[in-house]
Design a protein around this ligand. Structure first.
Ligand SMILES: Cc1cc2nc3c(=O)[nH]c(=O)nc-3n(C[C@H](O)[C@H](O)[C@H](O)COP(=O)(O)OP(=O)(O)OC[C@H]3O[C@@H](n4cnc5c(N)ncnc54)[C@H](O)[C@@H]3O)c2cc1C
Length: 416
C-alpha cells in the first residue's frame, strides 16, 4: 500500500492485488465478538518517519489514530525508564541516569555505553549478537533483564543470543539517540486496518488506482517484455511489478521467473519468530495504570489497555514475543496463566468474560547476525521486492515494510 500511494501520488496508475478481504497483512483488524481487535498489538515510534509521512498523506494532514506519548518503559514493580522533557540528548541521558530499578553503577554504565555508541555513530566494525555486545560493554544484570533484553525482543522479535547487534543499534540510533519526538511511543487508537491500509486504499482509488481485495496472485510470469500477473480470473499484463508478499509466500508466486531463482532460494532460508496476542475481556470498568506497561517474571510481556486506547472498555491485550513455554500451552491454559499474572498486580480482577488468543507463528523473520535480506531491486527487469524482510537498516517492522515500498516506487519513477 505504501508503494501504491507513492505511485498514484505521481499519477502512475496501479493495481493492488490483495489475497485477503481485509487489508493490512500482518497488521490487520480481526473481528471478534463484535469488536475490532488486531491480529497483533502494535506500537510505532516517533522515528517511523516514512510511515508517519504516508499516514499524513492518506489522512490529508496530520497522522490520525495514534496516541503519542513520551517514552515510558514501565515494568510493574521492577523497572521504569522515562524520558525527561528536555532537548536531545539530555532527555535520554536523564532517563538512563534516573532509571528506577537499576543500581547507580548500572545506570552510569548504560549512559556511558550510549555515549560511546554515539561517538561511533552506532556502527560496529563487524556484527555480533546483541548478547555478545551487551556483555562486551558490561551492562549490569538488571539493565539486561529489564531494559536491553526486552528492547531487543520488542524491536527485533529475536532473542539477544542470536539477534543482530547492528540492527539493534540502528533502532537505538534512530529512536533513543534522535530527537526527543523520535523516542516517543505511538499507540494505535483504532484498529490496524483502519489506521493505514484502508485510508491508503481510498487514496489509491481516488487517484485512479484499483485495490482488488480477495484476489490472490497465483504466479508472476515474464512473457517477452511483459509481466503477466495470474489470478483465478485470468492473467493481466503490466509494465512493472512490485511483489509485496510475506516472505513465506514469495517462492510460490515468483518461482516461475528463472532470473529470480537465487532470490527465492535466499528468502526460503529465512527462519521465523512467533508473536502471541492474548485478549481478555473484563467487566467494565477497569483501571490500569497506563495505556501500555510491562510485566516481568512470567509469560505476559506487554499489556495494553484497549479501553484507554480504543474505547473498548474492560478489554486488555497482552503481547508475548518470541518462542517460549507459552507455545506448548492449550489456549485456555495460556489465558488462565496470563489472567493469574495480571491478578498478581490487580487483585480486584474477576474471571474474564471471554478471551481470545491469536498466535502469529511467523510474525517476523528472525533478525539474526548475518541474515541475508534481498534488495528491492531484482535481477528480473521491472520486478521489485517490497516487504519487511527486504534489505533495510530496520528489523521486521511497519517502518521497514513502508520504506521498502517507497523505495520500489521511487525506482520505478526513476526508470520512467
Ligand atoms: C503479532 C505481530 C505484532 C507485531 N508488532 C509490531 C509492532 O509493534 N511494531 C512494528 O513496527 N511491527 C510489528 N510487527 C511487524 C509488522 O506487522 C510487519 O513487519 C509488517 O506488517 C509487514 O508488512 P509487509 O507488507 O512486509 O507484509 P505483510 O503485512 O505480511 O503483507 C503481505 C500481504 O500480502 C498478502 N498476500 C499473501 N499472499 C498473497 C497472494 N498470493 N496474492 C496477493 N496478496 C497476497 C497478504 O494477505 C498481506 O496483506 C508485528 C507483526 C505481528 C505479526
Amino acid at each position: 500500500m505504501a508503494a501504491a500511494v507513492e505511485l498514484v501520488e505521481r499519477r502512475v496508475p496501479v493495481t493492488v492485488f490483495e489475497a485477503s478481504r481485509t487489508l493490512g497483512g500482518r497488521a490487520r483488524r480481526v473481528d471478534v465478538n463484535g469488536l475490532a481487535l488486531d491480529n497483533g498489538l502494535h506500537i510505532l515510534i516517533g522515528a517511523y518517519c516514512e510511515t508517519l509521512r504516508l499516514l499524513a498523506t492518506v489522512s490529508g494532514g496530520l497522522p490520525t489514530g495514534l496516541l503519542r506519548q513520551p517514552l515510558d518503559l514501565h515494568v510493574l514493580g521492577k523497572f521504569r525508564l522515562r524520558t525527561a522533557p528536555l532537548p536531545a540528548p539530555l532527555h535520554l541521558a536523564t532517563a538512563l541516569l534516573r532509571a528506577q530499578g537499576l543500581g547507580i553503577a548500572e545506570r552510569l554504565r548504560a549512559a556511558q555505553w550510549i555515549s560511546r555508541l554515539r561517538a561511533t555513530n552506532f556502527r560496529l566494525d563487524s556484527d555480533v549478537s546483541v548478547a555478545q555486545l551487551l556483555a562486551r560493554h558490561r551492562q549490569g544484570a538488571r539493565a539486561l533483564r529489564h531494559l536491553w533484553e526486552p528492547l531487543c525482543m520488542s524491536a527485533l522479535n529475536t532473542p539477544p543470543e542470536s539477534a543482530s547487534a547492528q540492527v539493534f543499534l540502528n533502532v537505538l540510533r534512530d529512536s533513543l539517540n534522535g530527537r526527543r519526538e523520535d523516542s516517543e511511543l505511538l499507540l494505535p487508537t483504532t484498529d490496524l486496518s483502519a489506521l493505514f491500509p484502508e485510508p491508503a486504499a481510498r487514496y489509491v482509488e481516488q487517484h485512479g488506482g484499483q485495490v482488488l481485495r480477495g484476489t490472490p496472485v497465483s504466479s508472476l510470469r515474464v512473457d517477452d517484455q511483459r509481466l503477466l500477473v495470474h489470478t483465478a480470473a485470468g492473467s493481466t499484463p503490466f509494465s512493472h511489478a512490485i511483489c509485496a508478499l510475506p516472505p513465506y509466500r514469495v517462492a510460490e508466486v515468483l518461482g516461475g521467473v528463472p532470473a529470480l531463482a537465487g532470490i527465492t532460494r535466499a528468502v526460503e532460508r529465512l527462519t521465523y519468530e512467533p508473536i502471541y496476542s492474548v485478549y481478555l475481556q473484563y467487566q467494565d470498568p477497569l483501571r490500569l495504570p497506563q495505556a501500555m506497561f510491562g510485566l516481568a517474571g512470567g509469560i505476559a510481556q506487554w499489556v495494553f489497555d484497549r479501553g484507554a486506547l480504543c474505547g473498548q472498555h474492560g478489554l486488555v491485550g497482552v503481547v508475548i514475543s518470541g518462542s517460549g513455554r507459552h507455545q506448548d500451552l492449550a489456549q485456555e491454559t495460556l489465558v488462565a496463566a496470563v489472567h493469574a499474572e495480571l491478578c498478581a498486580h490487580f487483585p480486584q480482577l474477576r474471571e474474564p468474560l471471554w478471551s481470545r488468543v491469536i498466535a502469529e507463528k511467523r510474525a517476523t523473520f528472525s533478525c539474526v547476525v548475518g541474515v541475508e535480506r534481498p534488495s528491492q531491486r531484482t535481477p528480473a527487469r521491472n520486478v521489485y521486492l517490497a516487504g519487511d524482510y527486504t534489505a533495510s537498516d530496520y528489523p521486521a517492522t511497519l517502518e521497514a515494510a513502508v520504506r521498502s515500498g517507497v523505495a520500489c516506487a521511487r525506482m520505478i519513477l526513476e526508470s520512467a
